[in-house]
Design a protein around this ligand. Sequence first.
Ligand SMILES: *Cc1c(COP(=O)(O)O)cnc(C)c1O
Length: 333
Amino acid sequence: MKIDFHGIPRVQLGYLPTPLERAPNLTQALGGPQIWFKRDDLIGLGLGGNKVRKLEFLLAEALNKGADTVITTGAAQSNHARITAAAARKLGLRVVLVLRGAPDAQRQGNLLLDNLTGADVRLVRWTNPAERDGLLVQVAEEVRAEGGRPYIIPLGGSNGLGALGYVAAAQELQAQAGQLGLNVTCVITSSSSGGTQGGLALGAKLSGAPFAIWGISADLRSEALQQAVIGVIIEAARLLGCPTLEPGELTVFDGYVGPGYGIVTRETVAAIRLVAQTEGIFLDPVYTGKAMAGLVDLVKKGTLGSGQTVVFLHTGGTPALFAYQKELSESKW
Ligand SMILES: *Cc1c(COP(=O)(O)O)cnc(C)c1O
């Protein structure tokens, strides 16, 4: 079924469709389901990743509203901040990034790339989401006081509008699977601020796709993540004028977070090394490494069996590898 986007404006930022690629060696190594990768890490802009699809809708709105400065937030190693900076620059917009980190945070990985874009990076601390969002409003006022026109993008680009990028991605994946004659049973994605999983789940339902969308948490406990995802779905459904999903229709796993957001576990490192060594594909330490650790474990437990065809969404994040040298490298040479 074709999804009606009601002419909601979108700017083209990524190369679409992204590749859907078989992973025969990883499939063999795990001895369970057929595994494929949906390569949103190869989407093209600013070293790629899932935020590009969201920004196609978000920045179209920013341009339509006459904004000249984009403000967003995230962790010091935020992929979302890096991609937002790259996309905004491409569209001729200024960028302020309000990032959580120490002023002397290592200028590596995403922070280095933020710096290259000329974004105005503010490394600050906050203790809760309300305080963080208050900081964004403060920066917007500052921009306005200087005669600028700010546009705030929320954490992870995860509101209903941003999630439309992944509503469209579900449709794109279904079309690709159809062309390949693939009977995809399950899509596994890292999930954090909810826009990716929410958009995919809504898009899969609207386009009558047969696959389930399983989110592997990068930080939140299941209940909080489900709430985040459903919140985004309700907003997106309102924009599309379609029914929403019930919380019971969402599947999330929170058993692979480890000690917390951005802290790599032994299983994360093993998963990153396994995929690099079998498929020549680099995952990231914060999101996709944990999601892959989840996939490996779900195969081990038999939750994902040999009759299934699983698509692992590579949501990007690879620049963060360079900020995790200590945790990731084995001293073999
Ligand atoms: C932001 C991000 C995610 C999480 O996506 P959400 O839409 O925030 O749930 C997953 N993987 C990578 C690499 C990301 O940068």
